[in-house]
Design a protein around this ligand. Sequence first.
Ligand SMILES: Cc1cc2nc3c(=O)[nH]c(=O)nc-3n(C[C@H](O)[C@H](O)[C@H](O)COP(=O)(O)OP(=O)(O)OC[C@H]3O[C@@H](n4cnc5c(N)ncnc54)[C@H](O)[C@@H]3O)c2cc1C
Length: 386
Amino acid sequence: MGRIVVAGASLGGLRAAEQLRAAGHTGEIVVVGDEPHPPYNRPPLSKEALATEISLDRVAFRMRPSVADVAWHLGTPVVRADLAARTVHLADGTEIRYDGLVVATGLRPRRLDAPGTGPSRHVVRTLDDAAALRERLRPGVRAAVVGAGFIGCEVAATARTLGADVTVVAPEEQPMLRPLGARLGAELRRRHEGRGVRFLLGRTVARFTGTGLELSDGTQVAAEVVVEAVGSVPCVEWLDGNGLDLSDGVLCDGALRVEGRPEVVAVGDVARFPNPRYDDVPRRVEHWSMPTDTARHAARTLLGQDAGPFMPLPSFWSDQYDLRLQSFGAPGLGDDVRVLEGDLGGEAVVGYHRDGRLVGVVMLGAARRQAHYRGLLLDDARVPAS
Ligand SMILES: Cc1cc2nc3c(=O)[nH]c(=O)nc-3n(C[C@H](O)[C@H](O)[C@H](O)COP(=O)(O)OP(=O)(O)OC[C@H]3O[C@@H](n4cnc5c(N)ncnc54)[C@H](O)[C@@H]3O)c2cc1C
């Protein structure tokens, strides 16, 4: 294969370039990214880097020698792709022809759709987002975090640690309800409240008041800083007009090939693919482990190599105060939640079951049990017959 263009210059884009070289591709690789920075690590942006110092040096990924000859086209988005003509078009007018295309454009934060003018409104996805928020997080500042998913909870914990007065607003009844379930969510809430975070749950933002927020039940929340952590939107508009299913990321087959396009694959947060470990429903997985897992497989698919069945074991971690939450598998698919070890008030392992089968675990601390539970979930793989 000749030239491969990778759209998106973050973890997925970097891993795709590395894996293409590892799989033997000797042709040209061009990586296009809309951010001005070379690839960097996002998890610290809501955790230790936000708590201390935001700088590219601290979070940049190491460039392996295998990607030394990759051409990086940074600071310019791809605005359009013509898959029939095998071209991508950049905002600066550049047109690049490709023989293979890797879609690695990830996500951007969803914004609150509420009227009024805000106090200082923030999101946390990029290095520049985190730097802007860090500027505002001074002791005593009133920070309203809207959204109680993992980024909202992490930002709340970090802001509180920095001395901010933190209120979390979310429509769910418990924090991190969707990935963890109500029981673990309640325990997480207890830990946050123990540190002085206030939760206003079961309500949404009705409007920005200039000095804070008005909620759907009329509650007024005074805040100088609002952090919007209300989910993400896949960056796929540049693929419009090519007849692809872009309803939630890019629909791929089980080999990460974009449906109907043998010369296009997708990796990372933007890829929606079936995982036969669980079922045949295509899903996106927004975990740090996924760009690496998907890039390894997608590179081989793109180069026409048989990479075998793709059935990754998802994993994510979250740091909040001194608590490390570690998840393996797909807890969100389980409807029967049981404490397998320990107790929720201290260190514990929580199991998520579907139809009697363990499909995921979440560990509160309990680091020494990680290998055991990871192995258990891996062993239970339902390897497809073919
Ligand atoms: C604050 C934060 C904390 C996180 N913490 C954790 C954690 O603790 N544990 C965990 O498991 N996961 C965590 N994650 C998730 C993890 O970082 C992501 O899963 C990972 O970054 C996905 O990588 P990606 O390359 O697929 O997408 P992204 O990192 O989103 O990268 C996509 C890149 O493509 C660029 N792009 C978009 N559109 C275009 C275009 N049209 N043209 C060119 N470039 C474009 C984007 O600007 C971006 O640079 C966190 C994420 C964030 C934001």
